[in-house]
Structures are given as structure tokens and as C-alpha cells.
Design a protein around this ligand. Structure first.
Ligand code: NDP
Ligand code: GDR
Length: 337
């Protein structure tokens, strides 16, 4: 019997890779999509199956994480074996501008989902997308025993969601796990996160479409991994016998400046000519350094990262260069007509 999974945040970077992974394993995948006035399914269009298709294995449902009743109904109808809670307002800088909204969607929604599981009576395992941002100002290396000290409304909301998940495991015996994932990127990364902002700008500068890139703090240290490998870790957590929490990281530190240098160098560009500082991109309180120790995931789940930060930067630049070339070719065809 094939398994059934529900993914919240299926239209996001991780949701799209996870949906691909689960489909490749024979799952029937249900995705929660929030209503938008414009299309928001670009990352999953290539695996989309319309309602008319027979044997549909990817089914999308309109719902919002703020709507607890919709979550109960959805769970009762779908009866998933596994739930992956990836939906969130996931931008740290934006969480300072929209703190209450972030607290609601990123924090309280995890509680809504856990309560919806109880209310619907569904027997399911649940993965919570926890974050290295919870460690905040606690110095690296960070592992599962490192104390949390969040530095943003986003980080604080994720701490609430983390402890709520632990509590439902302890109080109700739910198979509920936290994956504490460090930054992970890909060509599908949202365009306003710093890696993608940089690689997209490199591609556009190379094509003559842009001549400036404005950034904030270049000294922040992050541990950047490759998103397709990280969704594999999520899946492994739910296949293990025991529900417990795991750090997922490469253990390799790099500053924003180093990522930027690698990306520009890969396109034979000198970043000094193009990059300028704008304080607008600073945060009221910054997370200086995140470097993960993923020994537990390696030893318990057999999970290991392959793509490290320099290769990651090159993969992302190459993908953005191809995307800009395709856009320009498309525009040329339209002009020809
Ligand atoms: P994205 O921002 O790419 O995706 C977030 C998803 O959540 C999108 O599908 C978005 O929908 C959806 N969403 C936002 N608000 C709501 C809402 N009110 N109701 C329903 N869905 C909503 O994030 P990532 O894929 O990068 O990350 C996945 C999860 O992992 C997030 O929870 C994030 O906080 C967490 N995380 C991410 C890390 C990373 O480095 N990428 C590291 C650690 C944790 P829409 O497409 O319409 O915007
Ligand atoms: P982060 O990712 O905050 O780590 O959260 P982001 O890419 O936004 O920032 C990384 C670092 O780069 C610095 N920075 C800039 N950031 C952005 N976005 N734009 C800029 O112009 C810029 N200039 C410098 C930031 O100050 C920061 O230090 C990501 C998200 O995916 C979260 O959802 C996730 O939980 C964490 O990673 C782990």
C-alpha cells in the first residue's frame, strides 16, 4: 500500500523538492496551497496533475494555516500517514515588519495543525520545520543540546513551534519530530534571500540587465547546504522508529562576503564594481554565526551532505544564468512576432 502525505508550504522551495521526493517513492501527495491573486505554483507546475487526470498522485487543496477548521477538515478527508509542516512566513527581515503575522503563521499555526490532528483523530506522523534561527546569539557550533536565544520575531515563533511539537510528543504520544535545519538553498530559493539575491544579480549583471547589487551585513556567518539533500533528511526522520529532534547542517561556515565572492568569480566578474551597501537590509538584531553539528543525523539517520557552499554557489549561478538566457530568448521570440 502506498503512503499518503500532506505537505503544508508545498509551493515553497522545500515543499517542491519534498513533493518530488515523495512522488518518486510512490507516495500520494496532498499539498496545501494558499489563495493568491496571482499564480503561486510555479515551483510545482512541472509535477502538477489536473483534476481530470486519472490516477492523480499530487493533489492540491486551497487552505490557509491560519484556518484551523480547514486544517481539521483536510486531515479528516485525506487521512495522511505523514504530515510535513513547511508552511511559514519564512523571511527573517520581514518578520520585524510583520511580527504579529509571523507569530501567528510561523508559530501558532504549528499548534493549530497539532490540535487539528488530535481533533480529526488521524493517526499520523508529523515533521515540524524548525530552524537554526532558534539558536540566534548562542555561539557555534550548535547541536540538539544548544540553548535557544532567538534574535527575531521569526526565530521566537519557531521556538514556540519547536516546544509545542515536543510537548505534543510528550503529552499525547504523537510521532512528532523537529528538524532543526540550517540554511539550505537551491535554484528554487526565494529571490529575496541573500544567496539567491546574489546569484540572480550575477546572472543579470552578466547579461547587462543590472549594474548594481545592494546588500546589508556581509560579515554574517552561515552554514549553507543544498535543499534537495535536506528534504531527504526530513523524510528519513519520519521513517525512523523513534520520534526525536535532529540538527541538519553541513558544518562548513562561510560569510555572506565569501558566498558573494564565489558567485561573482564563477561568472568572471569583480564584485567590487557592482556591490554597494544599503543599511535597509540590516536587521534590528542580527544572528552573527550559525554553524551546525549534524553528528546525530549522520549517526542515526545515515544522512550526509554532499554539496558544500562553493559548489552550491556555482550551481545557483549556473541556473540563474540559464534562466536569464531563457527569458531573453523568450522576449526575442515575442518581439519577432
Ligand atoms: P519558503 O518561503 O520558500 O516557503 C514557505 C511556504 O509557506 C510557501 O509555500 C508559502 O506559500 C507557504 N505559506 C506562507 N504563509 C502561509 C499561510 N498563511 N498558509 C499556508 N501556507 C503559507 O520557505 P522554504 O521552503 O525555504 O522553507 C520551508 C520551511 O522550512 C519554512 O517553515 C521555513 O521557515 C523553514 N526553514 C527553512 C530553512 C531554509 O534555509 N530554507 C531553514 C530552516 C527552516 P506561498 O508560495 O504562497 O508564499
Ligand atoms: P536567514 O537568510 O536570515 O539566515 O534565514 P537570509 O538569506 O535572509 O540572510 C542571511 C544573512 O545575509 C545577510 N544579508 C542579507 N540578507 C538578505 N535577505 N538580503 C540582503 O540584502 C542581505 N545582505 C546581507 C542577513 O543579514 C543574514 O545575516 C534563512 C531563512 O530561510 C529562514 O526561514 C531559515 O529559518 C534560516 O535561513 C535558517
Amino acid at each position: 500500500m502506498s503512503k499518503t502525505a500532506l505537505i503544508t508550504g508545498v509551493t515553497g522551495q522545500d515543499g517542491s523538492y519534498l513533493a518530488e521526493l515523495l512522488l518518486s517513492k510512490g507516495y500520494r501527495v496532498h499539498g496545501l496551497v494558499r489563495r493568491s491573486s496571482s499564480f503561486n505554483t510555479e515551483r510545482i507546475d512541472h509535477i502538477y496533475q489536473g483534476p481530470q487526470e486519472a490516477e492523480r498522485r499530487l493533489v492540491l487543496h486551497h487552505a490557509d494555516l491560519s484556518d484551523g477548521v480547514a486544517l481539521v477538515n483536510l486531515l479528516r478527508d485525506i487521512q495522511p500517514d505523514e504530515v510535513y509542516n513547511l508552511g511559514a512566513q519564512s523571511h527573517v527581515r520581514v518578520s520585524f515588519d510583520a511580527p504579529l503575522y509571523t507569530g501567528d503563521v510561523t508559530g501558532l499555526s504549528t499548534l493549530r495543525l497539532l490540535e487539528a490532528i488530535r481533533a480529526s483523530g488521524v493517526e499520523t506522523r508529523i515533521y515540524q520545520a524548525s530552524s537554526s534561527e532558534m539558536f540566534g546569539s548562542t555561539p557555534p557550533p550548535q547541536n540538539e543540546d544548544t540553548p535557544f536565544h532567538p534574535r527575531s520575531p521569526y526565530g521566537a515563533a519557531k521556538v514556540f513551534a519547536y516546544w509545542t511539537t515536543v510537548n505534543y510528543r510528550e503529552a499525547y504520544g504523537m510521532f512528532a519530530v523537529n528538524g532543526i535545519l540550517f540554511n539550505h538553498e537551491s535554484p528554487r530559493r526565494g529571490e529575496t534571500f541573500v544567496t539567491r539575491k546574489i546569484t540572480r544579480a550575477v546572472a543579470r549583471i552578466k547579461a547587462g540587465l543590472q549594474d548594481r547589487l545592494y546588500l546589508g551585513n556581509l560579515d554574517a556567518v552561515r552554514d549553507w547546504g543544498y535543499a534537495p539533500e535536506y528534504v531527504e533528511a526530513m523524510w528519513r526522520m519520519l521513517q525512523h522508529d523513534e520520534p526525536t529532534d535532529y540538527v541538519v547542517a553541513t558544518g562548513v561556515p562561510a560569510t555572506v562576503r565569501q558566498f558573494m565572492e564565489t558567485a561573482f568569480a564563477h561568472a568572471d566578474l569583480d564584485w567590487n564594481e557592482y556591490v554597494r551597501y544599503d543599511p535597509k537590509y540590516e536587521r534590528p538584531s542580527e544572528v552573527d554565526a550559525l554553524i551546525g553539528d549534524a553528528s546525530k543525523a549522520r549517526e542515526t539517520l545515515g544522512w550526509r551532505p554532499c554539496v558544500l557552499v562553493e559548489e552550491l554557489a556555482r550551481i545557483m549561478v549556473d541556473a540563474d544564468v540559464r534562466q536569464v538566457e531563457d527569458q531573453l530568448a523568450g522576449a526575442a521570440v515575442r518581439i519577432d512576432r
